[in-house]
Write a protein that binds this ligand. Structure first.
Ligand SMILES: [Fe+2]
Length: 472
């Protein structure tokens, strides 16, 4: 029996394997792109390390990709075969890995939280619960989880900077920016290369409209990101979002081509269909097009990958992004095939299946209707999903693109009440008024004009929305 570097028992015979386990977990926590080779080193040191099999299962699920689920299931079974010699905490990890690989995500979260009640230093259980809760749109659970666990930690505990990063991000997503920002900045002081902390503060700066600070924040920290995984692309996407808000569309496209979708550039994407990369790319192209910017043929490679992933619904929030690519390239038949595949997936049981059924599917159907010019139908389809579509996952900044999708359909449908609904939803969700958010300015002004006209008893016409048009 060995111990990990936080003092938790680890079932393995050698100090070499325990060190390899610590190296692996550090790599996971700090978003290194070599976790696969770190896992290989651990297996070489101890092929029967039960936590190695659990981590392999977890990593396979963290890809949020249908093709890697069988590996997750195989690894969970391999861990089960070693369960008799494992500690109770490790057996809980086996159960959580098994549940997740079978689609029972809520059960997995429940197990991780039960581990944390007994072992608040189990950073794997914590980090997985944190991350999965994020992708299920549960910021409240993210906050309560980190607030329960953090008192057991100190700056001397290995991985503390990563915990602070999670503290920052959980509170950012809950809207508690005054708690989030100092935690994120402290994490960066302890580890300037912590991308999750950089990301949490980037979100605070985005939410508060501190765009120039945001650009400085990302560009100043970027030299620390050598060896980091795809999260660095997402940070550059945030940088592009600040530039977009400033109206600097040339810089947005330059960042697109060189920093977060540089398919042939110095930061070549090894797996260009990773969910976060696809979300970055599609959501930015969608925003640019709404603003009338010519994005060239950038949609094509995304649409090719979308077609190849029809039927893969493992990442619920990526689905509307895949659909955007298919629709932008006029691939109507493929878009309809994707809807059919989503319908089949949604008929199954499981945490994500239910989310796709209630939120993902109506949005996809609305996208198809909107693309076909059936804008009223699109609005009617999407409206019931509005209140809960945050359950698809994604941050407030990412969810905004779905809000814009609804706004666009409402504008084209000429439904003033739905335009107002969209604008007021964003007004209630964002720190900044919609008039200061690109993509929302014109619609916000339309609503304001109509209000002003109503106030003086001079209605400006049957439908202001129709007359003003749809440009953002
Ligand atoms: Fe983000």
């Amino acid at each position: 029996m060995q111990h990990d570097n936080r003092g938790l028992p680890l079932t393995t015979a050698t100090a070499e394997a325990a060190a390899a386990y610590d190296h692996l977990i550090t790599g996971y926590l700090t978003q290194r792109n070599d976790t696969a080779s770190r896992l290989k080193t651990l297996f070489a040191a101890d092929p029967d390390c039960v936590m190695a099999h659990c981590m392999k299962s977890y990593f396979s699920m963290l890809a949020f990709k249908q093709a890697t689920i069988p590996t997750a299931q195989d690894s969970a079974r391999a861990a089960q075969a070693l369960g008799a010699g494992a500690t109770p905490r490790e057996r809980d990890h086996i159960a959580a890995a098994t549940a997740w690989s079978e689609g029972k995500l809520d059960r997995a979260i429940g197990i991780w939280e039960s581990i944390l009640r007994r072992y608040p230093l189990d950073v794997v259980a914590f980090r997985l619960a944190h991350f999965v809760n994020f992708w299920l749109g549960r910021p409240g659970d993210m906050v309560s989880s980190v607030e329960r666990v953090l008192p057991a930690w100190s700056e001397d505990t290995p991985g503390y900077a990563s915990m602070l990063a999670c503290h920052a991000f959980a509170h950012e997503e809950a809207g508690n920016y005054f708690i989030a920002e100092p935690s994120g900045r402290r994490s960066i002081e302890l580890d300037p290369g912590d991308l999750w902390a950089a990301h949490a503060v980037a979100h605070v700066l985005e939410s508060q409209g501190r765009r120039e600070e945001g650009i400085q924040w990302v560009t100043t920290l970027a030299p620390n990101w050598a060896g980091a995984h795809n999260l660095q692309h997402h940070l550059w996407w945030h940088c592009a979002l600040y530039k977009l808000e400033q109206g600097d569309f040339d810089s947005v496209l330059e960042l697109y081509d060189t920093r977060f979708r540089d398919l042939a550039g110095p930061l070549t994407l090894e797996s260009p269909d990773v969910y976060i990369d696809v979300q970055n790319a599609a959501s930015m192209l969608f925003r640019l097009q709404r603003l009338g910017v010519d994005v060239g043929d950038r949609w094509v490679e995304l649409a090719d990958k979308a077609e190849a992933r029809i039927g893969d619904c493992a990442s619920a929030f990526t689905l509307p992004h895949w659909m955007m690519a298919l629709i932008a390239t006029g691939r109507t038949a493929a878009a309809e095939r994707m809807v059919e595949a989503m319908r089949a997936y949604a008929s199954g049981s499981g945490t994500v299946q239910a989310i796709v059924r209630v939120y993902g599917l109506p949005i996809a159907e609305a996208q198809v209707a909107h693309a076909a010019g059936r804008h009223v139908e699109a609005v009617v389809l999407m409206r019931p999903a509005l209140g809960g579509m945050y359950r698809l996952g994604g941050s407030h900044a990412q969810q905004d693109v779905l809000e814009q999708l609804f706004l666009e359909a409402a504008l084209k449908a000429g439904r003033a009440a739905d335009v107002r609904l969209a604008v007021e939803r964003v007004a209630g969700r964002q720190t900044l008024p919609p008039e200061q958010l690109i993509g929302w300015r014109k619609a916000a002004r339309q609503v304001a004009v109509k209000d002003a006209a109503s106030a003086v008893g001079q209605a400006p016409g049957r439908n202001v929305v129709d007359r003003v048009g749809t440009a953002a």
